[in-house]
Design a protein around this ligand. Structure first.
Ligand code: UDX
Length: 437
């Protein structure tokens, strides 16, 4: 099937590559000519496991091409995916300017009979507006133009895997012929047994926000639990294991730590709360989810203060700067929020990350960057574990102690074993577990 994809960011490029990999003829469009030039040369503009070789292969096999012209991207395509960004406004609402611009730029070039797929995470009601914008550009009857909602559920660092092995494919639509077109798009995946769920458009749009908000709520529940465990002398990891053994609760996403970051959870929790309020429901639970998430960073900072007293003139090493392991993304990364607070209190801050160091330095220029975890820890008064990369988890406690000025570790991700830290005589502050003081 010929498919046009508008937007070649995280979601758009993964969509391009995976749709090509399942046999479609895909043209990816983006209004950034530099990005297109890079993609045409087979270079992925961001890191995502499996992406680079898949991009090269699909280009080589000729199923994937790129263009800076929106008209070219949608020409003769019976299905067009809109995958542009929806960043938060200062108010917390999703900014949908790029979605509207994408619709306007393709409206008059769209094929005679086409399904436009809303893939970006958007508030409920956006599909209706999208349809109106497309109709203004080129009035078409319902049998010729349909909008469907097909939200993505991709995790960064596993995006290609999630796209090729989806737990569910969700399509919200109105007309049967549009559902039929979407069934054809995903047939190579549904033939392998991956389920496709069909719903109305508002249900699909809302499900995406509900999914991310629920997962964020689980993390915040674990973080609130960590605060109580710290006061009660309980162990939050063991509590999570105990409650997570109940299939109704589930163990996933109950890891207490420095909280969630990234391009989705912080933005989507806020956008969903705003959307609910606009619709007339005060979803205060979501405000609490965000508040507890911010508190998780403050609690980590409090441990650093407790260990070091005054921060002026002290050196703190942050191990892990990305918002989670497996990515170079530092958007809303708890490590950087903590880093900014430490700097504001007069500390010298050194950071290490296997992939995200350069991005972190762009956001926080005062940050010193070290090439490996031990160099970052060398001479430090305190090490904070911010992202549980394997190379950080596997650090040798003896070597770590050797290079530090004082053996103080604040473990914001419960990456280390208390017994080992005790054996080496560390002052050790885990999260929601008894400290070694
Ligand atoms: C998320 C959703 O998982 C995905 O379905 C959606 O499409 C986009 O948003 P992503 O942002 O890539 O994906 O990251 P995810 O792996 O979900 O982790 C989000 C954040 O939560 C990270 O900062 C991670 O460190 C944190 N987290 C996760 C915890 O603090 N505790 C946990 O138990 C799990």
């Amino acid at each position: 099937m010929r498919i046009g994809v508008i937007g070649t960011g995280h979601v758009g490029l993964i969509t391009c590559v995976s749709l090509a990999a399942i046999g479609h003829e895909v043209v990816g469009g983006d209004n950034d000519p530099e990005k297109i030039a890079l993609l045409e040369r087979g270079v992925a503009p961001f890191y995502e496991p499996e992406l680079q070789p898949m991009l090269e292969q699909q280009l080589k096999e000729g199923r994937l091409t790129f263009t800076a012209s929106p008209a070219e991207a949608v020409k003769d395509a019976p299905v067009v995916f809109i995958c542009v960004g929806t960043p938060p406004r200062v108010t917390g609402d999703a900014n949908l300017v790029a979605v509207e611009q994408a619709a306007r730029s393709v409206a008059s070039h769209i094929a005679d009979r086409a399904v436009v797929v809303e893939k970006s995470t958007v508030p409920s009601g956006t599909a209706q507006r999208l349809k109106r914008t497309l109709q203004r550009g080129r009035p078409q009857p319902e049998e010729h133009l349909q909008v469907v909602s097909n939200p993505e559920f991709l995790r960064e660092g596993k995006a290609v895997h999630d796209s090729m092995h989806p737990e569910r494919i969700l399509v919200g639509g109105e007309a049967e012929w549009a559902f039929e077109a979407m069934r054809e798009v995903y047939k190579p995946l549904t033939d392998q047994g991956y389920p496709l769920i069909e719903t109305s458009i508002p249900t699909a749009e809302l499900s995406k926000h509900a999914s991310n908000a629920f997962l964020a709520m689980k993390i915040s529940f674990a973080n609130a639990l960590a605060r109580v465990c710290e006061k009660a002398g309980a162990d939050v990891v063991e509590v999570a294991d105990a409650i997570g053994a109940d299939a109704r609760i589930g163990r996933a996403f109950l890891n207490a730590g420095m909280g969630y970051g990234g391009s989705c959870f912080p933005k989507d929790v806020q956008a969903f709360e705003h959307l609910s309020r606009r619709l007339g429901y005060d979803f205060r639970l979501l405000q609490e989810v965000a508040r507890i998430n911010a508190e998780a960073i403050d609690s980590t900072l409090e441990k650093v203060r407790d260990a070091l007293w005054n921060l002026e003139g002290k050196t703190v090493a942050l191990l892990g700067l990305a918002f989670k392991p497996g990515t170079d993304d530092v958007r809303e990364a708890p490590a950087l929020t903590l880093g900014a607070k430490l700097l504001a209190e007069g500390a010298t801050v050194t950071g290490y990350d296997p992939l995200a160091a350069a991005n972190a330095k762009d956001v926080l220029p005062e940050l010193h960057i070290a090439p490996d975890p031990l160099s970052a820890a060398a001479g430090a008064d305190c090490v904070v574990i911010c992202t549980e990369w394997p190379e950080i988890r596997d650090l040798d406690a003896g070597e770590l102690k050797e290079v530090m000025a004082y053996p103080v570790v604040v473990d914001g991700r419960n990456a280390f074993d208390s017994g080992t830290m005790a054996d080496h005589g560390f002052l050790y502050y885990p999260t929601g577990r008894p400290p070694l003081l």
